[in-house]
Design a protein. Structure first.
Length: 407
């Protein structure tokens, strides 16, 4: 099968969506499929990229590190036609996603879409939430999704949200898988871990509590900081290490100062992608209070590294962390500190058998297999829909002719 991915974000831009696309491309190619990326121009991209078609783009409003396609529909159509694509998979509802939808319609091939982002959680970035409102998100999401063959949802939360918007297109939960070996990293030694902890000023008896994400308001790192005085009261040797960069660093630094936590909380900034697994392995616990994730790849990355997690739960995460050796979920921001304290004190032993069974569920291998099955189902569904539409059109033409005879 020849598949075209249409996306507004791809490497060298770094994002969860770009990583998801690259992972899926690799898995599909392992099964003999051909995958072509239709994406934005990028001044930092290599000039010679295999299977990547770049279209004119500009930086997106309020997200200067993201770009959006502004033209290139005819060019994209000609390339897609020349490649003889069998299916198009869009990964954005904007620029490249709209182009992908038009190209799929013109080629009369199935259009699959992944709903990656819960836009309601990001409205404050555009005109402080006064330009685009929740009702606009609901309308635009429904309009886009209902004109696709089928929609991939990374979690149950996304399905529930789209159903509440009035989406009637076929929906299927397919969590994004990760490259397990990238985070298991048997090459990382205890000496490597000790060196990293020393570089962070951590002593041997310190509990390293890790937060790793984009540092933005919706990631809710402030809830972790607010709850940390409670954690310190129970465990004075606890230290919160915040990895990442983003627009909310200054506000968090002010909060840390107000709570007099400078000795207990530190920022590392963004770390090299190859070092992420080392940070997970060096940590005693991974924590998050984010409620904006459609899924949250950092949770599965931490799990693959063997680091227990204490995270704010939802339907997906409650099922993901279904064994105490993997971690624990909590319900509200206020529950973070008590949940972490309780989990530390419980000293739950790690269970390698439970972890190994879970690793397949979150693996890129399982992700690719599930996506191929959905593609195959949607190809059949698309053919049936095309046949049904042709029959309806045929009946309508017959009715028109019969009515003309009556006159």
């Amino acid at each position: 099968m020849k598949i075209g991915f249409f996306t507004d974000t791809y490497f060298p831009q770094v994002s969860g969506v770009a990583t998801s696309i690259k992972t899926l491309k690799q898995e599909l190619e392992k099964h003999g499929h051909e995958v072509y990326i239709f994406t934005t121009t990028d001044p930092n991209a290599d000039k010679l990229e295999k299977d990547v078609i770049r279209m004119p783009s500009v930086p997106f409003i309020s997200f200067k590190d993201r770009r959006v396609v502004v033209r290139g529909m005819w060019y994209a159509y000609l390339v897609a036609k020349e490649l003889e694509l069998d299916l198009i998979h869009t990964h954005t509802e904007f620029g490249a996603g709209i182009l992908g939808k038009m190209v799929a319609k013109k080629l009369k091939i199935p259009l699959i879409h992944t709903y990656h982002t819960m836009y309601e959680d990001y409205l404050h970035y555009i005109g402080k939430g006064k330009v685009i409102r929740q009702s606009h998100v609901k309308y635009l999401s429904r309009l886009f999704a209902n004109h696709t063959t089928g929609v991939v949802c990374p979690s149950e939360r996304v399905i529930d949200t789209l159903r509440s918007y009035g989406v009637v297109a076929p929906l299927r939960v397919i969590p994004t898988g990760i490259d397990i070996e990238k985070f298991k990293r048997s090459d990382i030694t205890q000496e490597d871990i000790n060196k990293l902890r020393e570089s962070l000023g951590l002593q041997e008896n310190h509990l390293m509590i890790l937060s790793l994400s984009r540092i933005s308001y919706e990631k809710n790192i402030q809830a972790l900081v607010n709850g940390f005085p409670q954690v310190i009261s129970a465990y004075p040797n606890a230290r919160l290490v915040i990895v990442g960069k983003g627009p909310y660093v200054e506000e968090l630094e002010e909060l840390i100062s107000e709570l007099q936590l400078e000795e207990f909380v530190q920022f590392t900034g963004e770390v090299n992608n190859n070092d992420v697994a080392l940070y997970y392995k060096a940590a005693d616990y991974f924590v998050s209070a984010s409620t904006s994730e459609t899924q949250g790849l950092t949770y599965t990355e931490a799990m693959a590294a063997g680091t227990p997690c204490v995270v704010e739960g939802n339907a997906y995460l409650n099922r993901l962390f279904d064994h105490p050796s993997l971690g624990k979920t909590f319900e509200t921001d206020e529950d973070f500190a008590p949940a972490l304290i309780d989990y530390i004190s419980s000293e739950v032993p790690r269970d390698s058998k439970v972890l190994e069974a879970k690793l397949y569920d979150i693996s890129s291998t399982h992700f690719g297999e599930a996506m191929i099955e959905f593609y195959q189902d949607m190809v059949v569904y698309h053919e049936e829909e095309m046949r049904r539409k042709e029959e309806e059109d045929s009946i309508e033409r017959i009715k028109i002719k019969l009515n003309s005879f009556k006159r």
